[in-house]
Design a protein. Structure first.
Length: 218
């Protein structure tokens, strides 16, 4: 069982379903050769892909091109179905930093063949995740600076104001399809600048006022 940590209370919440949003920033959609969809693109990661800050990221033998993707993550604190936009933010327990590690070559081949992305996105150690800061301590999750460095060189930087689908939009959409439960996590999408990592790389992800992650690729 994997647990999310909610700060400053240090409460441990069992991780349930991990929902991930694809191409939620226009510039990232563009660099991937697409456009932002009219409804959120959703895929899942298994909870056993989660690793805590500092744990090595393992490169799978199946891929020759693993990419980093830094993201704002949302911890669901209250269950719900068909949640209204007015009530959506009341279902958020906290915010964190996540990395959506992706076997890009495997993903692109799956897309070409019309197959699911599960292997490309859900492999072991593909979901580095920081502790979560209680939502009450983050006045506006849509005004946060997010960045990622590899070996000290910045590769990704944006502000969460550039997300096409905001946190409340995502909660409304997800709860119209699934039942959201306490302990669900939403990876809200990555900005432009995704690129390959290789063994020995050190990844440093940061969202100001929310948290940081540091991981070595092995």
């Amino acid at each position: 069982m994997k647990y999310a940590t909610l700060l400053p209370s240090n409460k441990k919440i069992p991780i349930n379903t991990i929902f991930c949003v694809g191409q939620n920033y226009a510039e990232h959609a563009k660099e991937m050769g697409g456009t932002v969809a009219s409804t959120p693109v959703i895929f899942l990661k298994p909870s056993n892909a989660v690793i805590e800050n500092g744990t090595p990221i393992l490169l799978p033998k199946l891929s020759n091109n693993v990419h980093h993707e830094v993201e704002l993550t949302v911890l669901v604190g209250k269950r719900g179905r068909n949640i209204s936009k007015a009530d959506a933010m009341a279902h958020v327990a906290g915010y964190g930093v996540g990395l959506d590690m992706t076997m890009r070559d495997v993903q692109l081949e799956a897309k070409k063949s019309g197959n699911p992305w599960s292997i490309a996105k859900g492999f072991f150690t593909s979901a580095p995740l920081s502790p979560f800061i209680e939502a009450a301590n983050i006045p506006d999750p849509h005004q946060l600076n997010i960045s990622l460095k590899v070996n000290g060189t910045e590769r990704q930087r944006t502000n969460t104001s550039k997300m096409n689908f905001k946190v409340d939009d995502l909660i409304v959409f997800l709860s119209s399809v699934f039942s959201l439960e306490e302990g669900d996590i939403i990876y809200t999408g990555t900005p432009e600048g995704v690129a390959q990592v290789v063994a020995g790389d050190v990844l440093e992800a940061e969202i100001l006022t929310v948290g940081t992650l540091t991981h070595t690729v092995v």
